[in-house]
Design a protein around this ligand. Structure first.
Ligand SMILES: N=CN[C@@H](CCC(=O)O)C(=O)O
Ligand SMILES: [Zn+2]
Length: 424
């Protein structure tokens, strides 16, 4: 018996499992889409959560525990009625970069648009200059506090994109730093190659030639184990659908999943394009058409909502939230943490913005930042508190799940466990 003891057991918890099929014999089916999940948390009062070897071994009511807590686990923690949720999954960030763009923020407040600034040689390309100039160690030192802030507010898996290097050596440097962040913080980091983020000045306007280079770098970066997925910025100030398609074909040749910055500033049929490739996600999607929504639903492509960018750019066109609900398109919520459009270092704050700007229910926002965020990364082993899944969970100093979306700022986290190990 002693050898089979669990590594840890949390008792007296209010579990928001986000899963109706729990260990206490709950019979309802798990929520299948956002129509079902709009108000569902899979709540278990007086709950217990046990884990061993990094995996959940029990998630249910305390009175259904198979033995006395002290006989079950080496480490028993009384949660005192606190809310416990799955660890948050931030499925869209650009948090590896050097410098900042606070002056660009000021410039926008006096009238210049994001697109004007980009066309004048600022925007993404100005962060490229700073990122290229930083050594790998400097880049890690500047990026680590941002990743640490996300984890401190409940994130247990995060995605990081390249896209501020825009040449082979600097894209590689960014991806290596992203991997190093995960090692430093003890949380999984998924890396996305975003070579097709902007056209670097040395290509002198030759976007097709640059896409040739991106397609050449991809297999080399993949061979080093640095790429989990491939992304592009399909937009008036980014790349055309035809150029994006070439990047996706290069990804497909390597068996890599794709995602896309789609329809952020204009409708460029990006959602339909990424869905055509069976993409994991279409991200931003403010201007996505009804046909784009239908294509996403058919392909199972997740809509990643980025309310931080919407808020900072003071956008007015909302993503088609009702159409996503109607079509059963899963909606994820992410920070988009980046120096230009979304200097946001809390996913919980992102959930708040998703509720206030996009009218997501708090349950949708929580599912968006957990199970649907995981799905947008192709990860089926996290985002729900269920036996057999990763023991990634957060104990919050609140009782009501809606409180996570209610408070602006503040420190609500009592503890964060990732793979059964306490990281906060
Ligand atoms: N839209 C393109 N990429 C980023 C912004 C990057 C930047 O401005 O530095 C985004 O997701 O919002
Ligand atoms: Zn982005």
């Amino acid at each position: 018996m002693a050898a089979e003891r669990w590594d840890g057991l949390l008792t007296g918890a209010r579990l928001a499992t986000l899963d109706a099929a729990t260990d206490d014999g709950g019979s309802a089916a798990a929520p299948s889409d956002d129509r079902d999940g709009a108000s569902r948390y899979g709540l278990i009062e007086a709950g217990a959560l046990g884990w061993r070897d990094g995996r959940i071994v029990f998630a249910g009511r305390m009175d259904a525990l198979p033995a006395a807590p002290a006989d079950l686990a080496a480490d028993v923690i009384d949660a005192g009625g606190d809310l416990v949720t799955p660890g948050l999954v931030d499925c869209h960030t650009h948090l590896v970069f050097a410098g900042d763009r606070a002056s660009e923020f000021e410039q926008r407040l006096t009238g210049d648009s994001y697109e004007d600034i980009a066309r004048a040689g600022g925007g993404i390309v100005s962060t490229v200059r700073a990122t290229r100039a930083a050594s790998e160690d400097e880049l890690l030192a500047q990026s680590l506090p941002r990743a640490r802030a996300l984890v401190a507010d409940g994130v247990t898996t995060l995605e990081v994109k390249s896209g501020y290097g825009l040449d082979f050596a600097n894209e590689r440097k960014m991806l290596r730093v992203a991997r190093a962040l995960g090692d430093a913080l003890g949380v999984p980091v998924r890396t996305t190659f975003l070579g097709a983020h902007a056209l670097p000045p040395e290509f002198g306007g030759d976007a097709d030639g640059y896409i040739d280079a991106v397609c050449d770098w991809l297999p080399r970066l993949h061979a080093e184990g640095l790429v989990d997925a491939v992304d592009a910025f399909c937009e008036r100030i980014g790349f055309t659908g035809t150029q994006t398609r070439r990047v996706f074909e290069a990804a497909r040749a390597l068996g890599l999943p794709v995602k896309l910055h789609a329809d952020q500033l204009s409708d460029g049929d990006g959602a339909a394009l990424v869905a055509e490739f069976g993409g994991l996600s279409a991200d931003h999607v403010e201007h996505t058409s009804a046909a784009g929504v239908r294509a996403m639903a058919a392909a199972g492509t997740v809509a990643v909502l980025l309310p931080g960018a919407f808020h900072v750019l003071r956008e007015t066109t909302l993503p088609p939230i009702d159409a996503f609900r109607e079509a059963g398109v899963a909606m994820a919520v992410a920070t988009d943490c980046n120096p230009g459009t979304s200097p946001l270092m809390s996913l919980r704050q992102g959930m708040q913005l998703a509720c206030t700007h996009f009218r997501l229910t708090p349950a949708e926002a929580l599912r968006g930042a957990t199970v649907h965020g995981a799905r947008a990364l192709g990860l089926g082993d996290r985002g729900v508190l269920r036996t057999g899944l990763r023991a990634d969970f957060v104990r919050w100093r609140v009782r009501e799940p809606a409180a996570l979306c209610y408070w602006l700022g503040g420190d609500l986290v009592a503890s964060v466990h990732c793979g059964g190990r306490r990281v906060v």
